[in-house]
Design a protein around this ligand. Sequence first.
Ligand SMILES: Cc1cc2nc3c(=O)[nH]c(=O)nc-3n(C[C@H](O)[C@H](O)[C@H](O)COP(=O)(O)OP(=O)(O)OC[C@H]3O[C@@H](n4cnc5c(N)ncnc54)[C@H](O)[C@@H]3O)c2cc1C
Length: 476
Amino acid sequence: MVRSGASPRLSAAVGKSLANAAPTPFWLDQPDAPEPLPALAEHVTTELAVVGGGFTGLWTALLAKERDPSRDVVLLEARSVGWAASGRNGGFCSASLTHGIGNGLERFPEEMPLLEKLGQQNLLEIGETIAKHDIDCDFQLTGELSVATAPWQLEGIEEEAAAARQLGHEVEVLDAEGIRRELDSPALVGGLKFTTGNALVEPGRLAWGLRRACLEAGVRIYEQTPVRSITPGGTGLTLTTPYGSVRAGKVILGTGVFGRSLLRRIGAYVVPVWDYALMTEPLSDAQLAALGWNGPRGAGDMSNQFHYFRMTRDNRMLWGGYDAVYYNGGRIRDEDAYSPATFGRLAEHFFTAFPQLEGVSFTHAWGGVIDTCSRFCAFFGSAYGGRLGYVAGYTGLGVGATRFGAQVLLDKIENRDSERSRLALVRSKPIPFPPEPVRSGVIQLTRASIARADENEGRRDAWLRLLDRVGLGFDS
Ligand SMILES: Cc1cc2nc3c(=O)[nH]c(=O)nc-3n(C[C@H](O)[C@H](O)[C@H](O)COP(=O)(O)OP(=O)(O)OC[C@H]3O[C@@H](n4cnc5c(N)ncnc54)[C@H](O)[C@@H]3O)c2cc1C
């Protein structure tokens, strides 16, 4: 939305806006957060064991029960359901299965009509499931704004809109005046208004609601239960946990970027990229009037280093993105979820985008890890002679697509031939990242080139052009 690094020293006003921000995800810091379920402390057997209590694991367990209510399903979560990316995201629940239409058209041009149809159907069914289980997560089919903050971002916007319309979307091209009628920011020079293809949701409450729906369907959920190892034996697999074990006929890994420690091959394709977000206090009526947000109340900008932002049901604004941080060596440490330098940069950008909100405070500031792969959309695989299925690589757009991924995994372990299982998206893998330490070097070089492209009216340097040619990318 607004570029440039944070000033080395934050202005007093920006520092003050962050002074009382709790370093925890807003969505999980709720008075009605459920108590954690007890850890597994015995040996159990089951038909299907699901590892991971994010959206992938929860949808897999719930859909497994919907497909066959008599199937026995156990879900094992290392910490608590939804604590990771699933409870820390922006809550944009997109119909896209391909990290956006542009990326999909580039990588799967022939399949896009079918991928979009399946994605729309998936989004519809997410809404139906939420309604059926009475999950109070403020799910709203809002559409979204895609906003330009510099004239170079408007190049090709008409073609983008035409391609989206051809795939069944309702989209309007807006000039500077038009976009500022939707949302009043002096930074905006134009954009696209989609009225289809996206819902906004409260992700923490969605995860907790799916957990309840799973329990009601008879799924046995164990929290605080990290799976330490997987061992084949007989016709099944044994999962070892600190105080117990599970013998399962089939296993599905919904472990996001953490899956690499259970199945090494996943680590060739995903890198942990940290993404950060801020949440404001509820805006007053006067502040809301000054903001003038009349259109779809979720938006993203068109820079390479993009911001995403949205309103909540109690009139807060979530403001996230821009920095996409890879810590060398692919390190994931809890303390990296707290990054004052990034929070300061985000807050500065926020007040530049919305000067009329001067004086607003942030109540929460947090980070989370994204499972980035080089094609930006999920990939699938199996191991142990088909007894285990896995998915990862959603790269920043998995809130909706994880449910589709769960369907694919269930098709796989049931040996079910379907429209889904025949997709090139499902059968192919992304280009792997090189091993460390080359991996860190390549990623940091790419991040620097991306930042330079934004400063240079979108012009991509030789390095980015080379990556484009081989179909390799880095995103959040
Ligand atoms: C800051 C941020 C903003 C984002 N914004 C959006 C957005 O607006 N829209 C969107 O579509 N996507 C967004 N995303 C991405 C989205 O959140 C993810 O794609 C999605 O939540 C992935 O879900 P998952 O279940 O695959 O992974 P996760 O949510 O990471 O869940 C994996 C789970 O597996 C568990 N686990 C791992 N290893 C083990 C083990 N050995 N034993 C037991 N359990 C294990 C973990 O504890 C974790 O709970 C964002 C992500 C972040 C971090």
